[in-house]
Design a protein around this ligand. Structure first.
Ligand SMILES: [Mg+2]
Length: 208
């Protein structure tokens, strides 16, 4: 069989099974410590303020060892609004990837969130779908972890299971998450305890 005919064949069931599941990770308030003012979370403003939650590197190592691609998906609208420099955000992501080398990919949306919405800005699922296409991810076995309604709605729209880290912000969820936890460590524990998340009933909410 020539290489060209092989490449034109549809993927077989066995090759599809080799597609990796992913854990899509929000950034601020999920991996790194957010700044909370009057009940609302904000991103760190400088590289000096960028600090991971203590349990994140070890939990990410465990999740990667379990076979998950780790894909960060973050809205950074301050760049699009002119309130933050893109270079500062990129330096944060370089720091993040040096502290958590298991991270496979970082998807960023700089859309300011005004006017015509970007299909990549959460709650739209574009960042997840783009990464899934690039990395051949199996969305039916994948998860989204985040601390705000946009993360949960985004995960639902991409068809993945969702884990909500609840910090008690002064804002309401919209779609119901599959699980609600209080820390990234707990989120990782939930995912590791459900290696075949296809068996979960969609929309069922569990709390630890
Ligand atoms: Mg967040």
């Amino acid at each position: 069989m020539s290489p060209s005919s092989a490449s034109s064949l549809p993927p077989s069931a066995s090759s599809l099974q080799k597609n990796r599941p992913a854990i899509f990770l929000d950034r601020d308030g999920t991996l790194n410590v957010q700044v909370v003012r009057e009940g609302k979370p904000y991103p760190p403003q400088s590289l000096a303020e960028f600090r991971l939650f203590e349990d994140v590197p070890a939990a990410c190592r465990e999740l990667a060892a379990a076979g998950y691609a780790l894909v960060v998906a973050t809205n950074q609208p301050d760049v699009g609004r002119g309130d933050q420099q893109q270079a500062v955000v990129e330096a944060m992501h370089e720091r993040l990837r040096s502290l958590v080398p298991e991270i496979t990919r970082v998807e960023v949306c700089y859309d300011p969130g005004r006017g015509e919405p970007s299909l990549r800005r959460k709650p739209e699922p574009g960042m997840l779908l783009d990464a899934a296409r690039e990395l051949n991810l199996d969305l039916t076995r994948s998860w989204m972890v985040g601390d705000r309604w946009r993360d949960i709605d985004c995960g639902r729209r991409a068809g993945v299971r969702t884990v909500f880290i609840d910090f008690g912000y002064a804002e309401e969820l919209r779609a119901a998450p599959d699980f609600t936890v209080k820390s990234f460590r707990e989120a990782a524990g939930i995912i590791l305890a459900h290696p075949d998340c296809r068996n979960l009933n969609p929309g069922t909410t569990f709390s630890t």
